[in-house]
Design a protein around this ligand. Structure first.
Ligand code: ZN
Length: 255
C-alpha cells in the first residue's frame, strides 16, 4: 500500500487489518484440531478432514428445511416459525462443544460453531432454497434471562448470532426480544408443561415508530421441542413479522 495520499486513520486501519490477517495466519499455523490433533488449515480448532467428517444432516436425504421432514413435523406439531434449519443432530462432537461453551465457558467454541453455521447457511443460499432479501432481513437470537446472563457472563446464542450476522452483513438486533421470566429447566417436561412454563416469559420491545421487518432469522444453539422459539415467534408474528426461519446448530432428536 502507498501511504503518500492517505490520512492517519486510513493508514491505521490498513495496519490493523494487516496485523489481524497475520495473527489469523499465525494462529492457524500453530493450532491443532480439537478432535484429532492434526494441523488446521481453515479454522484454528478443526482440521479439514474432521470438518468433512462431522455428523451433519444429509441434505440429499433430509430437506434443508427440516419442517418438510415428516418425523420433525410430528415432533413439533404447533409452530409459529416457517422454516427450521439445523446443521446436525445433537450428538458428539456438537453436544461436547456446546457443553464446553455453555458450562465450561470455553467461548472459543462459539467461533467454531458460528463458522460451521455460516458454511451451512451459505450452502443453503447456494442451493437456491432461501428466498432471502438481504437488505430487509433481521437476525435475532434467543435471549437469556438477565440473572442467568450474569451467572454465565455471556449468551452462547448471541455469540454465535453476532458472528453469523457480521459475516453476511445482516442487521442484528439484540434488544428486541426480552426474557422477562426466569424459567425452570425445560428438560423432562411435557409439551403442555413447557408451554405453561414459558407463558409470559418473553416480551418484544421496539420503537413503535418503526416496524419490524417481514423476514426474521431467529438463532439458537439447540432446538429440542421448539417450544422456546415458538413462544418468541408467536410474539413476533403478532407484531407483523411474516416469515421466520429458526436457525439452530443442532436439533435434539427424541430417542
Ligand atoms: Zn481433525
Amino acid at each position: 500500500m502507498e501511504f503518500g495520499n492517505k490520512n492517519r486513520n486510513e493508514i491505521m486501519s490498513y495496519l490493523r487489518q494487516s496485523l489481524y490477517k497475520n495473527i489469523s495466519k499465525l494462529r492457524l499455523h500453530i493450532s491443532c484440531c480439537c478432535l484429532c490433533g492434526n494441523p488446521c488449515q481453515q479454522h484454528p480448532l478443526l482440521c479439514q478432514y474432521c470438518q468433512a467428517d462431522l455428523p451433519y444432516f444429509n441434505h440429499q436425504l433430509v430437506p434443508y428445511d427440516l419442517l418438510l421432514w415428516p418425523a420433525i413435523a410430528k415432533i413439533i406439531p404447533i409452530r409459529h416459525f416457517d422454516h427450521l434449519l439445523a446443521i446436525a443432530p445433537y450428538v458428539w462432537p456438537f453436544d461436547a462443544w456446546i457443553g464446553q461453551l455453555k458450562y465450561q465457558y470455553k467461548t472459543e467454541f462459539a467461533a467454531l460453531l458460528s463458522y460451521l453455521l455460516i458454511i451451512h447457511w451459505r450452502q443453503y443460499l447456494e442451493a437456491g432454497k432461501a428466498n432471502i432479501i438481504s437488505n430487509n432481513i433481521m437476525i435475532l437470537s434467543v435471549p437469556l434471562h438477565l440473572k442467568k446472563w450474569q451467572e454465565r457472563g455471556f449468551n452462547q446464542a448471541h455469540l454465535i448470532a453476532q458472528k453469523f450476522a457480521q459475516h453476511f452483513s445482516y442487521d442484528y438486533q439484540t434488544n428486541i426480544i426480552i426474557r422477562e421470566k426466569l424459567t425452570e429447566n425445560q428438560v423432562g417436561k411435557s409439551g403442555i408443561e413447557r408451554r405453561k412454563n414459558l407463558k409470559h416469559a418473553f416480551s418484544i420491545q421496539f420503537n413503535p415508530q418503526l416496524s419490524l421487518p417481514k423476514q426474521v432469522i431467529l438463532i439458537d444453539d439447540v432446538v429440542t421441542t421448539g417450544t422456546t422459539a415458538n413462544e418468541i415467534c408467536r410474539l413476533l408474528k403478532r407484531k407483523g413479522v411474516q416469515n421466520i426461519t429458526l436457525l439452530s446448530l443442532c436439533l435434539a432428536l427424541p430417542n
